[in-house]
Write a protein that binds this ligand. Structure first.
Ligand code: BJ8
Length: 423
């Protein structure tokens, strides 16, 4: 990635510290990804993106900025990309998934904050991630307490807008969310200088719906008896989907889905027959957090689905494309986004229904409920999730982890024993 040094300099990055990250990433990726056998050819695209992760997409974003487009950095799947795209803006995900950035976050946040928040704050304040430097505006949300307080710190360093999320899903809450989306649209219009129209919003809704459908096609292939793709590869596709151009993302996912569907027809599998099938549920796995998938898939099982924001929560449910006024379009967006089931809502029974449904659809042998350390929401909801699964006779293992490797051996032992028990 050395060709991008000048760009990183111009972004005001701390090059020395950033170099350390650039040195470890290729080895980590090689160990986890390139060691797999019989990968779909289509994964070559995502391998390439990772090999240039801090170069190729950032330089595209900078080119777009030169042409007058604004880049919005987001941290949550409830923030509607459609609104930004309708105003000729670009969205890039900013959730950070590496321990590398955590100490930077700990300089300003309590240690007892979830690693996703600490890493995201550290990546910005330590100036070691180009995406965090490029985004013209950050968009936060009032989901969990840790994030709410982190926005106050980030907001001192970068323009920040915070969307006020409902905490419940009654009719008046969905209406409130539609109002909040309309308010966000006004902020985006003012920031980009571009008026959102019914036509531009409808076109944006279609673009994001197409992306959702393409991601869903790949996930559908993971329901097959013979698995044409590993969980690790599917996770990588999901993680990059938060950064990539949505039209290209849909194209590449559709191309991958074509190949996977062909593999299914030809009975090609990347796992031996009888491999135990695991559904992962819980907190998101932001790039480059591949730890759990790697442990599970090197312990004799396969991850077949993620009921996570870096999984089904990102693409399930489409936005109604038939609305003809902005007001109705905002309402349609609110309806779709409020179908996503995050533990920040109370009650959140929809998530339990989703997990039980997916356990069937993906024919899973067991569920691993994963919680990022210090995420009180998912930790607490774990009780209800695990009870529902036990009641349904589905084996479940609850684990808590962070971005370090210090618990890797212990996790291997626990996950290995769980998989053996499934046999
Ligand atoms: S919709 S999961 S992306 S809020 S893991 S930062 S909740 S303390 S990431 Fe999330 Fe939106 Fe919900 Fe999804 Fe807080 Fe928990 Fe950390 Fe979390």
């Amino acid at each position: 990635m050395s060709d991008y040094v000048q760009m990183w300099k111009e972004l005001g990055m701390d090059l020395e510290t950033h170099d350390a990250l650039c040195q470890v990433l290729p080895t980590a990726f090689g160990d986890v990804y390139l060691s797999q056998e019989n990968r779909p050819e289509g994964m070559g695209f995502w391998d390439f993106v990772v090999s240039e992760i801090h170069g190729i997409r950032p330089s595209e974003l900078i080119e777009a900025q030169k042409k007058g487009q604004k880049v919005f950095g987001t941290f949550c799947v409830y923030v509607p990309d459609e609104v930004v795209i309708a105003a000729n803006g670009i969205v890039t995900g900013l959730c950070a998934g590496s321990q590398f950035w955590v100490p930077g976050g700990e300089k300003v946040l309590p240690k007892s904050t979830c690693p996703l928040i600490k890493a995201s704050v550290g990546a910005r304040l330590d100036k070691t991630c180009p995406f965090f430097r490029i985004a013209d505006m950050y968009v936060g949300e009032t989901t969990c307490d840790g994030k709410k307080k982190a926005w106050e710190i980030l907001g001192k360093d970068v323009p920040m807008y915070i969307m006020d999320m409902p905490q419940m899903k009654r009719e008046q809450d969905v209406e409130k969310w539609a109002d909040e989306i309309a308010r966000f649209a006004k902020v985006v219009e003012d920031f980009t200088g571009v008026k959102i129209t019914v036509e531009s919003l409808n076109a944006a809704i279609k673009v994001i719906n197409e992306k959702r459908k393409a991601l869903a096609r790949v996930f559908d292939c993971r329901k097959a008896e013979k698995l044409p793709i590993s969980g690790k590869d599917a996770l990588l596709m999901m993680q990059i989907a938060f950064f990539d151009d949505p039209v290209r993302c849909a194209q590449m996912c559709n191309k991958l889905a074509d190949e996977l569907e062909e593999r299914i027809q030809n009975g090609v599998s990347v796992f031996p027959e009888g491999t135990k099938r695991i559904l992962l549920t819980g907190t998101p796995l932001a790039i480059p957090n591949w730890k759990l998938h790697h442990i599970i898939e090197t312990s004799g099982a396969a991850v077949v689905c993620e009921e996570m924001c870096t999984g089904t929560r990102y693409f399930e449910n489409l936005v109604d494309e038939t609305k003809t006024t902005l007001e109705d379009q905002y309402a349609a967006l609110a309806t779709r986004y409020m179908k996503t089931n995050c533990a920040c809502f109370t009650p959140n029974t929809g998530r339990i229904d989703d997990i039980l449904r997916m356990a069937k659809e993906y024919k899973v042998d067991g569920v691993i409920d994963v919680n990022l350390k210090f995420c009180c929401l998912y930790d607490t909801e774990g009780y209800t999730v695990e009870k529902a699964l036990k009641d349904a006779g589905i084996p479940v293992l609850g684990i808590e982890t962070d971005y370090t490797d210090s618990d890797a051996e212990q996790l291997k032992t626990r996950i290995g024993a769980f998989i053996e028990m499934l046999g």
